[in-house]
Design a protein around this ligand. Structure first.
Ligand SMILES: NC(=O)c1ccc[n+]([C@@H]2O[C@H](COP(=O)([O-])OP(=O)(O)OC[C@H]3O[C@@H](n4cnc5c(N)ncnc54)[C@H](OP(=O)(O)O)[C@@H]3O)[C@@H](O)[C@H]2O)c1
Length: 304
């Protein structure tokens, strides 16, 4: 099968298409014929070698940590899925490929009305958004500040927080202010004088901070909260030295919750923004765009 492979760590130029063995599902697994793959910032961090100390990757490797596709072969002991089922979820093998393996237990059925690219945009962002909102204990009537509200994680986090009854102030670049407002947040441009500008919008203070950008807003967040309590980042590796919680996982990978989010996305009550889609062969271009960090919503590779 065709797959995107890297044999050394480095820039996006290390990514190349290769012919590799089509994987066979083991017990509890299915093989998925990949239709779409979400491209996540962590894919670029793994490719660059930046995560080797905490998350070693044997080479050669194929990226891709969320997938949507059609079940194509079923391993021993799998009775909840069969060939031809349309699914989304978390793969066990890199999904920048024509086929990927996944545990049947972490796959949700794709609603018929949900496009492949939008399905592939849900697992990682949905899981991270849920996990952090729970860690923060965001409740109705509270004010939540989200850094990076226009990104893949931010897009889902804003909507799930608003659904909990929170008021959300969401930071994004100038080009994404209207987009963030459309998700239900009060938009704010990140950068200079953030503390003063947040205080102008929320004179009574913010109850919690979700940093989904990792671009140096933790100090301002601590000032706004008057300490490190109820601040969680998914992205800033300085969290530990500043005494802030880093949401490193483990991912929950709940197929039941993913199915709920997928249904909401199909019904149009949850916006799954897909920024740009690329064919599998353009994986390097897709990761360049992801590394740049300004895609609106999710970057997705389409396969086949
Ligand atoms: N720990 C976990 O479990 C977990 C899970 C998922 C993701 N993550 C991490 O969470 C982060 C966000 O992921 P994602 O998929 O949402 O990324 P993304 O789609 O690339 O979004 C990045 C966000 O950061 C904003 N941003 C860019 N430059 C900024 C700056 N200088 N100051 C403030 N904000 C800035 C962007 O806004 P504009 O585009 O409007 O400029 C956008 O909202 C990544 O670091 C990812 O690796 C961690």
């Amino acid at each position: 099968m065709k797959a995107i492979v890297f044999d050394t760590f480095g820039g996006t130029e290390v990514l190349h298409e290769a012919e590799i063995a089509t994987p066979e599902p083991g017990p509890g697994q299915v093989r998925v014929r990949v239709k779409a793959v979400g491209v996540n910032p962590v894919d670029g961090k793994i490719r660059s070698g930046a995560l080797e100390a905490v998350f070693p990757t044997p080479l050669p490797a194929t990226p891709g940590g969320e997938v949507a596709g059609v079940v194509d072969a079923v391993g021993e002991g799998v009775d909840q899925l069969k060939e031809g089922d349309e699914v989304l979820g978390w793969p066990d093998t890199g999904a920048y490929a024509e086929y990927a393996l996944a545990s049947a237990a972490v796959l949700a059925r794709k609603p018929a009305g949900l496009a492949w690219a939008h399905a592939a945009a849900l697992p990682v962002a949905g899981d991270a958004a849920d996990r952090v909102l729970d860690l923060l204990g965001v409740a109705s009537g509270e004010t939540l500040l989200i850094h990076g509200a226009s990104g893949g994680v931010g897009t889902i986090a804003v909507q799930l927080a608003v659904a909990r009854g929170a008021r959300v102030i969401g930071t994004a670049g100038p080009a994404n202010q209207e987009y963030v407002a459309s998700l239900g947040a009060t938009p704010l441009v990140y950068g200079e004088n953030l503390v003063e500008r947040v205080r102008a919008l929320a004179p009574e203070g913010v109850d919690a901070v979700f940093d989904a950008a990792g671009k140096g807003a933790l100090e301002d967040s601590i000032t706004l909260r008057g300490g490190t309590d109820r601040i969680v980042t998914t992205a800033d590796f300085r969290a530990g030295e500043l005494g802030v919680v880093f949401a490193e996982g483990p991912q929950r990978r709940s197929a039941a919750r993913l199915a709920e989010l997928a249904q909401q996305a199909a019904d149009g009550t949850l916006v799954t923004a897909v920024g740009t889609t690329y064919p599998l062969a353009d994986a390097a271009k897709a990761q360049q765009a992801s590394d740049a960090g300004h895609s609106r919503g999710k970057i997705v590779l389409t396969v086949g």
